[in-house]
Write a protein that binds this ligand. Structure first.
Ligand code: FAD
Length: 269
């Protein structure tokens, strides 16, 4: 059976400081846990059948030091509310929403990880996979922007010649091609690593995401520029691609957080 999944870690008061500021809690009640808290910006949140939910074990210790637990929740569980999709700038085919948990009772069989840094460790592993995935999406945006830009540069005529003959337009196309090759190389390298059973380090995955997200944004904004007024109109696809690309610099860790993760990983060796 096909199911829609969601991965819920972000909260209104704990975005980049995901674990430190996390306020969702799980309290032990006999064999069960009672889970409370709210999440926001959750991809597929509104329609998810299955949710991987991160929270902290409420054991009376300092909230910043508490153990992170991860539970598997199902749609329709008593006390679980899934919001309607939030309106957003781009990625309109990907619903994003809030989750509200009010005394949701879960058995120990729903506990995915706990102990020995389980929850934190699983999130870190997920960051690596997710960040590589963002690079692949960035490649898609770059390829499409470049394809559309070349097409437009050949078709649009001004001063009796196609705009692709102007050197400033050629520079834009050349920079897009450089970005395409670089991001493609990163993605292919990652695929090759996966094939041979190797996992990138957190620094590598974060660097890949940081570079690919920025490259996609530069390319998409330059594509809008190359299309002139048409580029700013929703009728032309580059407008949508530019809005979608902006999300790459925010979710799965912002650009600024990638910098801190790259540096922390490099400096810890
Ligand atoms: C489309 C979309 C889908 C998402 N999907 C999911 C999902 O499925 N699951 C999920 O759990 N979350 C999801 N998120 C949430 C996303 O991971 C967070 O938005 C992101 O981590 C940033 O957190 P924040 O929005 O609270 O920003 P904040 O953490 O409040 O950051 C505000 C600003 O401060 C900067 N900043 C923060 N800390 C530092 C620092 N130490 N040094 C320098 N600058 C800093 C940030 O880079 C940013 O510019 C999604 C977000 C979006 C936009």
């Amino acid at each position: 059976m096909e199911k829609v999944g969601a991965w819920a870690i972000t909260e209104p008061n704990s975005g980049s400081d995901a674990f430190g500021g996390m306020q969702a809690t799980a309290r032990k009640a006999g064999d069960e846990y009672v889970v409370n808290g709210s999440k926001t910006f959750i991809t597929n949140g509104p329609y998810a059948d299955t949710i991987v939910f991160y929270c902290k074990l409420d054991d009376g210790s300092d909230p910043r030091d508490r153990e992170i637990l991860t539970f598997v929740l199902d749609r329709g569980m008593p006390g679980l509310e899934q919001s309607r999709p939030l309106r957003k700038m781009g990625l309109h085919s990907s619903p994003t929403g809030e989750l509200f948990l009010n005394d949701v009772r879960v058995g120990p069989d729903r506990l995915l990880s706990g102990g020995s840094g389980g929850g934190r460790e699983s999130a870190k592993q997920n960051f690596v996979t997710e960040r590589a995935g963002v690079a692949a999406m960035a490649l898609g945006v770059i390829e499409e922007c470049l394809r559309l830009s070349v097409e437009y540069a050949k078709a649009r005529e001004l001063w009796g010649q196609r705009i692709g003959d102007f050197q400033l337009i050629q520079l834009k196309l050349a920079k897009m091609e450089v970005a395409r090759l670089n991001v493609q190389n990163l993605v292919f390298r990652h695929v090759e690593m996966q094939r041979t059973g190797r996992t990138p380090t957190l620094a590598e995955a974060s660097a890949m995401k940081l570079y690919a997200a920025q490259a996609a944004n530069e390319v998409a904004m330059e594509a809008v520029q190359l299309f002139g007024g048409n580029g700013y109109m929703s009728e032309y696809r580059v407008e949508q691609l530019a809005r979608d690309a902006k999300s790459f610099q925010i979710y799965a860790g912002t650009d600024e957080i990638q910098v801190t993760h790259i540096a922390r990983d490099l400096l810890s060796r």
